[in-house]
Write a protein that binds this ligand. Structure first.
Ligand code: NDP
Length: 291
């Protein structure tokens, strides 16, 4: 058996077109969704992420700005800026690119964002609303995973979903979403982490297996139940002398062995990656509609 490939690029493109037509409709009523992105310091990876977010805003017809602050910025200065963005009615969504320089406490900053402009869905208010099944926003990467499943005819309802990873940005919020008694969720969820004994025992129980560990190619074919749907959130850089860059990107799943066992699988790159940014656009649009 060779698994069907879940094409995240194509699915993200479809959602992008749906969002672009919603944005167009809104614009006809004089409303333009606006995303403000704050970048502190000059981390090269963050610069790329921020640039891509701006580009995507343009592609769906939203306005955006990137506010760049020096690495030496004090926490109070950033709090003042966020206060201004919170108060500005033209700003629909606020995203502070993480990580932040060490003199700034990330939790303090996240807590200062207006929860109704918190398009990353990191504010404790939004985490709480998500966990009681009344989400304001859905967190971007977990929402991207859910969309991939639904648009690949792999509704998690009634299935056993095993998530490997319990981070606050992927594993935990994804588990929180998928256990809800709601459409596109209603799954029996197991969450594994480094404290899990016999990881393979658990992964082999999964109808849907989601790897979000940040460990290159740890999940191999013999850890997967035949016919399972496998979603690989991982993005790891592995040294590869044959590449000009000196590295290649790989997931947490060993793709070649997994695809012989799974019924469907996401590639890396081209799986979950393109979905995360499109879900950010969806949240920015939602922020306007919630107003
Ligand atoms: P974190 O490092 O914050 O969390 C990793 C989680 O995996 C932890 O809960 C950890 O357990 C668990 N884990 C690590 N190794 C093992 C192991 N051997 N067995 C069982 N559990 C393990 O990572 P993130 O959640 O932020 O990201 C995970 C991956 O997803 C990364 O590769 C990241 O780059 C990628 N990512 C991709 C995105 C995309 O858009 N495609 C977006 C966000 C992340 P413990 O808690 O016990 O330490």
């Amino acid at each position: 058996m060779s698994a069907a490939i879940i094409d995240g690029k194509k699915i993200a493109e479809d959602i992008k077109n749906e969002i672009a037509s919603e944005v167009l409709k809104l614009k006809q009523t004089g409303v333009v969704p606006h995303l403000s992105v704050v970048l502190v310091g000059d981390n090269p990876a963050s610069e790329v992420y921020v640039r891509n977010k701006g580009k995507m805003c343009e592609e769906v017809g939203m306005s955006h700005e990137t506010i760049k602050l020096p690495v030496s910025t004090f926490q109070d200065e950033l709090l003042t800026l966020i206060g201004e963005l919170n108060a500005n009615p033209k700003v629909s969504g606020i995203l502070v690119q993480l990580p932040l320089p060490k003199q700034i406490n990330e939790s303090v900053i996240i807590n200062s964002i207006d929860p109704f402009k918190d398009v990353d869905c990191f504010h404790p208010f939004n985490v709480g609303k998500l966990s009681i099944g009344e989400p304001v926003f859905l967190p971007c990467t977990p929402a991207g995973v859910q969309e991939l499943l639904l648009r690949s005819n792999a509704d998690p309802s009634g299935k056993h979903t095993v998530i490997v990873g319990r981070s606050n940005i992927v594993g935990k919020p994804l588990a929180s979403m998928l256990i809800q008694k709601s459409k596109g969720a209603n799954s029996t969820v197991t969450v594994c982490h480094t404290g899990t004994k016999d990881l393979s025992y658990h992964t082999k129980q999964a109808d849907i297996l989601i790897a979000a560990m940040g460990q290159a190619e740890v999940i191999r074919g013999d850890m997967i139940k035949p016919g399972a749907v496998v979603i690989d959130v991982g993005m790891n850089r592995v040294a590869d002398a044959s590449k000009k860059s000196g590295f290649r990107l790989t997931g947490d799943v060993h793709f070649d062995s997994a695809k012989e066992v799974a019924s469907a699988i996401t590639p890396v790159p081209g799986g979950v990656g393109p979905m995360t940014i499109i879900m950010l656009m969806k949240n920015t649009l939602k922020a306007v509609l919630k107003k």
